[in-house]
Design a protein around this ligand. Structure first.
Ligand code: MTE
Ligand code: MO
Length: 200
């Protein structure tokens, strides 16, 4: 399977939600902005925000990937790395060896920004190289997705597969462990930097 979705599919990009109000009538909680550089921006149907609209002048990568929002939440690396971490030991596709990957559960990161909890909630994950892939909260829970910050005890570098890698332990997920390695990680973007949340 080669379902590479290099941002040509506008359907993935939530363009229709561009100017959507934050959450039917609920108050918007504006938090202080992050102290370290933001490594993950979450937009869409979330209740917490710490930044305003996408700025086409200086949100260059987001704009290039056709992301749109009027408010969003930017998380810095210390915040993500400071959340309770889980460790998984999947056989990775890139060297066919098991590696220890650790970081918070994606579901907890989404909870932090007040994402909806319905299993049908759509999550689009964008990576720095333009890779984008959509999934649902049901799958985020079933696969126990983590936002990996460390591999084999070391922080994941930008330029490599970091600083964040959304991934899961495919070895222990029956619908994946039976597939060839190269077909197990379509839902696992390295260099994850933006999540779009939409209510189904
Ligand atoms: N950032 C990023 N993550 C990615 C990809 C990619 O191209 N870029 N490809 C996905 C797909 S479709 C698979 S099968 C695996 C391996 O893809 P690759 O061999 O092209 O890296 O990583 C997934 N994560
Ligand atoms: Mo793939």
């Amino acid at each position: 399977m080669n379902k590479r979705k290099f941002l040509s599919s506008a359907a993935l990009l939530g363009a229709s939600a561009a100017a959507a109000p934050a959450f039917g009538g609920q108050p918007v909680h504006r938090q202080a902005c992050a102290a370290s550089p933001v490594v993950l921006t979450i937009s869409g149907a979330i209740r917490r925000h710490n930044r305003g609209a996408l700025d086409p002048a200086f949100d260059q990568l987001l704009a290039r990937h056709q992301v749109k929002f009027s408010e969003a939440y930017g998380l810095d690396f210390p915040l993500i790395a400071g959340m309770p971490a889980v460790t998984i030991k999947p056989t990775t596709e890139y060297d066919a060896r098991p590696h220890s990957l650790s970081g918070p559960l994606l579901i907890n990161v989404l909870e932090h920004v007040g994402a909806p909890t319905a299993g049908s909630t759509q999550i689009v994950m964008h990576a720095v190289d333009g890779y984008a892939v959509a999934t649902t909260l049901d799958k985020v829970r079933a696969y126990q997705f983590i936002v990996a910050t460390h591999m084999d005890g070391k922080p994941l570098p930008l330029g490599g597969v970091g600083p964040l890698w959304a991934t899961y332990d495919a070895d222990t997920i029956p619908e994946l462990s039976g597939k060839p390695l190269k077909d197990r990680f379509e839902l696992s973007p390295w260099g994850l930097y933006h999540l779009r949340v939409s209510e189904a």
